[in-house]
Design a protein around this ligand. Structure first.
Ligand SMILES: [Zn+2]
Length: 432
């Protein structure tokens, strides 16, 4: 936390000191520290520029934050009262529709109209948008996007393209996100002549994100056990494999630690993620509790790595850590916890929030009784070695009479995987 605090407080001397420590200990542990070395070089360079420059820079930053603060405050109600849609815009080749209030899947209806020469994707959105006509949307690689206020409370978003775009949409709280699964390949083939310079820059920035999925336990390590010998290792492998396929279809580079019933040591699980230079690492697990409480405790929860040890995190961590506690010395664990992973905590926390929210939302569409276990922090050794934002997902309680049964159903496993995938989309949308 001290490194983060130094950054947040703009304490350069402290920031440099902590970075030097991270590099020193990281090297001792055989980690790749080039990222931190670059960061250090950047700060040192920044320090060498004249103090007047820094002063103006600080001034600019200050006014920007001031602006941001006023932005988040609700605008005068005269505008928002009559309109339910706040804004429609594009971000990372996706269309984003922001509402003033929370919405549900009922707010969007999707249809497709195919002709020989083009595909028309039509999104009927329950809402009214003040700037429907004047707002123009462009995504490089897509022929045309129209926004039309069809009726007083029906907004049309039409997307026309000669290629198949395979759109999907995510509804979460006050937002609808429309993503085009096939845009990557179209973008590449269209960039040569037709697009402007600006678009080409955008295209170059478009990089496939790398996701590594870890299906927990496996082989001799069965994980948690529910009634009738329901094994955690089986449930999490199924969810992991569904997630693998969904993310592939959505254009991610995806890897999974195991595709069968094999035993993998905890520390080896993150090696794959580090080797593939993954953008995020997700470890999938299922929870359980003593028989006496089995019918009371259920729900989904998401953890991110931190030294924090709440009673609940301790209980879950003790269970998940038990399969491979001896593979790392306590000193190694502690040095990782206090040094290397600190800068990843914030990003991991954000990822955990997006995954938890979307997983819960998706499940509750069909299973209203799904319990929100929330986002929590804890010391999970499986996440310790990861050099990227990483989370541990508990997809439910295998010990619960109904939830345990659901976890064994493939339709439920697919629902879970879709929810997690939506969370990942949502995270990368906000953190490109
Ligand atoms: Zn587990």
């Amino acid at each position: 936390m001290s490194y983060l605090r130094a950054v947040l407080n703009n304490n350069t001397a402290l920031e440099i000191k902590h970075l030097e420590n991270i590099i020193k200990y990281g090297k001792k542990l055989g980690h790749n520290t080039s990222k931190y070395e670059k960061e250090l070089a950047k700060i040192e360079k920044r320090e060498n520029t004249t103090s007047s420059k820094t002063a103006t820079k600080n001034k600019v930053q200050k006014t920007q934050t001031a602006k941001k603060v006023t932005k988040t405050k609700p605008k005068p109600k005269t505008n928002s009262l009559n309109y339910t849609v706040k804004n429609v815009y594009t971000k990372n080749n996706m269309i984003v529709i922001d509402f003033y209030t929370n919405i549900t899947k009922k707010h969007i209806d999707y249809s497709i109209d195919k002709t020989k020469y083009s595909n028309l994707y039509l999104f009927d959105i329950k809402g009214s948008f003040k700037d429907a006509r004047p707002t123009k949307l462009e995504i490089s690689g897509i022929d045309r996007i129209y926004i039309i206020q069809k009726q007083k409370s029906l907004l049309h978003i039409k997307v026309r393209d000669k290629n198949k775009l395979n759109p999907i949409y995510i509804v979460n709280k006050k937002q609808i996100i429309i993503k085009f699964l096939n845009i990557g390949s179209n973008v590449n083939s269209n960039t040569t002549k037709t697009n402007t310079n600006r678009n080409i820059i955008n295209v170059n920035r478009y990089k496939r994100k790398v996701v590594v999925i870890d299906a927990g336990h496996g082989g001799k390590d069965v994980g948690a056990v529910g009634s009738n010998k329901k094994y955690e290792k089986k449930v999490v492998l199924a969810v992991g494999k569904y997630l693998y396929n969904i993310l592939k279809k959505r254009g991610y580079d995806v890897y999974i630690t195991r595709k069968g019933d094999t035993f993998i040591e905890v520390r080896n699980r993150t090696i794959l993620a580090n080797k593939k230079n993954a953008d995020i690492f997700l470890s999938i697990h299922a929870n359980s509790i003593a028989k006496s409480k089995a019918h009371k405790v259920k729900g989904v929860e998401t953890f991110f790595l931190s030294p924090a040890r709440s009673a609940r995190a301790k209980r879950v961590a003790a269970k998940e850590n038990s399969s491979d506690v001896r593979s790392m010395s306590l000193a190694t664990k502690n040095s990782f916890l206090t040094v290397l992973n600190q800068s990843k905590i914030t990003a991991s926390n954000k990822l955990a929030i997006d995954v938890q929210q979307n997983m819960l939302y998706t499940l509750q569409q069909k299973y209203k009784d799904t319990v929100d276990g929330g986002v929590r922090e804890g010391p999970f050794w499986v996440l310790v070695g990861a050099q990227m934002p990483s989370i541990l997902i508990e997809v439910g309680y295998i010990s619960h009479p109904t939830e345990g049964k659901r976890l064994y159903k493939s339709s439920y496993q697919k629902l879970l995987a879709n929810g997690i995938a939506n969370g990942i989309d949502s995270y990368f949308l906000k953190n490109p």
